[in-house]
Design a protein around this ligand. Structure first.
Ligand code: SAM
Ligand code: SF4
Length: 464
């Protein structure tokens, strides 16, 4: 499989859609509300829109789409960095090989279990496991053992991890098959930039210097049996409009070649990082307004693809973009191996980048619940085999709303029973009562009432 982004292709699209006609933009906005997605050309037109009135119409459409498909749920996860050795030299990352001052760590299985218990005690059920790329310190054998360790680790209070998504260097299809056999959820990998020249400059050496090997990773993952894949771009390396179109071409190519597009799109924005020149002064900084615009446009272009926001962003920006299209967020994160069990003052010299949101998971959950979002710890689809194409078949007619809202409420109830602070418990119970009252179908309301009562009585892990 070869590089499928043609040099000049995206520039041409952007040039052709410069200064778009008012009516044409409005037509595209109307089309997006039909929830069938947008073409790459239509998306380019929205990206080239600068008129404040049209931008407001874009934001409104994105809000409507997010609400219609995802409701007010936000799925929560915690990243777990297990090692920071790396043979690559990505100019924006604190883990890069030439950063001699970084404290290098590869956690032992006992240390990983300790970290997992700390995360479980915050109430998390989903992990995103990551590490640098290193042949001996982050081998696939080591990583798979870490996944097995995390799944097997329980706290005395019954805390458990129910789904592990992974974000590690691209590999061959047979190796992806081994990863799949370790029961991973989504395989996540960011292309960083879809712009060839910028990619070359940012990745001067190491295996990651091979653009095409990374671009085609998701095709090999599918070949290896992983049908939930997550793509992303690191915003700040090149023009954000170019990257959004790169993501969309990537998504459409996967749909055409593998029968299913990406399960998620991540939109990390460059953060300062230790001894990382490109992170300290980003080549193409993306302003907050541009960031909101790109979230809204991605939501309109691929309405059924989940969108992930990390704690790289500040609480204010996170709040502003939730309603524009975000469906998954991390909370209470650490980006240094061992960060959940160590004193935070030790973090900096081992971390990948700095965090914009340093609140605890409970603080984040309190904040989103007070704003009417339902914090969800649901892992039902993956455990019931509703992945890949099956998930999309369910999602597209809107059925997923029915499952997801109920499962979000049940897993949030578990959180409230087992982990919430008194103030989060109070806000959460109020929210659940309100959601129950708003549940239109009497049958769904009856089931929900019965399940929530069973959770109150001590049952756990109920889902539909
Ligand atoms: N080493 C693997 C890789 O590069 O794909 C695994 C994931 S790496 C630990 C996670 C991601 O963090 C990278 O893909 C990159 O997009 C992001 N990242 C690195 N440095 C960053 C920074 N300074 N600010 C924000 N995100 C950063
Ligand atoms: Fe290594 Fe990934 Fe950081 Fe690049 S982004 S230096 S590959 S950990």
């Amino acid at each position: 499989m070869k590089d499928f982004i043609r040099d000049g292709e995206i520039e041409d699209l952007l040039v052709k859609s410069e200064s778009p006609d008012h009516k044409h933009v409005l037509d595209i906005i109307e089309k997006s509300k039909k929830l069938k997605g947008l073409t790459v050309e239509e998306t380019a037109v929205l990206l080239q829109t600068e008129d404040p009135e049209l931008l407001q119409a874009i934001f409104e459409a994105a809000r409507e789409i997010k609400q219609g498909i995802y409701g007010n749920r936000l799925v929560l996860f915690a990243p777990l960095y297990i090692a920071n050795y790396c043979s690559n030299n990505c100019l924006y990352c604190g883990f890069r090989r030439d950063n001699q001052d970084l404290n290098r760590v590869a956690l032992t299985m006992d240390q990983i279990a300790e970290e997992v218990r700390a995360i479980e005690r915050e109430g998390h059920k989903r992990l995103l496991m990551l590490c640098g790329e290193h042949p001996s310190r982050s081998s696939l054998d080591y990583f798979i053992e870490a996944i097995e360790t995390a799944y097997a680790t329980r706290t005395d209070e019954g805390g458990e991890i129910r789904r592990i998504n992974v974000e590690i260097a691209p590999m061959s299809a047979p190796d992806f098959r081994r990863l799949k056999a370790a029961s991973i959820g989504t395989y996540v990998l960011f292309q960083e930039t879809y712009h060839h020249e910028t990619y070359k400059t940012m990745h001067p050496s190491g295996p990651k210097a091979d653009f095409a090997w990374r671009l085609t990773a998701m095709h090999r993952a599918q070949e290896g049996g992983i049908d939930d894949v997550g793509i992303g771009a690191l915003f700040g390396l090149y023009d954000y409009r170019y990257e959004v179109l790169g993501l969309l071409i990537h998504a459409r190519t996967l749909e055409a070649d593998c029968g299913v597009g990406p399960h998620t799109i991540s939109i990390p924005r460059l953060e300062p990082a230790f001894n990382a020149p490109a992170a300290i002064s980003p080549p193409c900084p993306v302003s907050d307004d541009e960031f909101k615009k790109l979230v809204a446009i991605i939501r309109m272009a691929v309405p059924y693809t989940g969108m992930i926001l990390s704690t790289r962003e500040s609480p204010e920006i996170r709040t502003a973009v939730f309603e524009l299209g975000i469906s998954q967020i991390s909370a209470g994160s650490r980006t240094n191996p061992g960060g959940y069990t160590k004193d935070s003052s030790e973090n900096f010299r081992a971390a990948q980048f700095n965090l914009g949101d340093t609140r605890t998971a409970d603080e984040v959950i309190h904040d989103i619940a007070i704003r009417g979002h339902i914090p969800s710890f649901c892992t039902a689809c993956y455990r019931l085999g509703r992945t890949g194409r099956d998930f999309m078949d369910l999602a597209k007619p809107g059925l997923i709303q029915h499952f997801c809202r109920s499962n979000a409420m049940m897993t949030f109830k578990e959180y409230l029973m087992d982990y919430a602070s008194p103030r989060t418990l109070e806000v959460g119970e109020r929210l659940l009562a309100q959601l129950l009252a708003e549940t239109e179908k009497p049958e769904t309301r009856r089931i929900l009432e019965e399940r929530l009562e069973r959770i109150e009585q001590g049952e756990r892990d109920l889902f539909i």
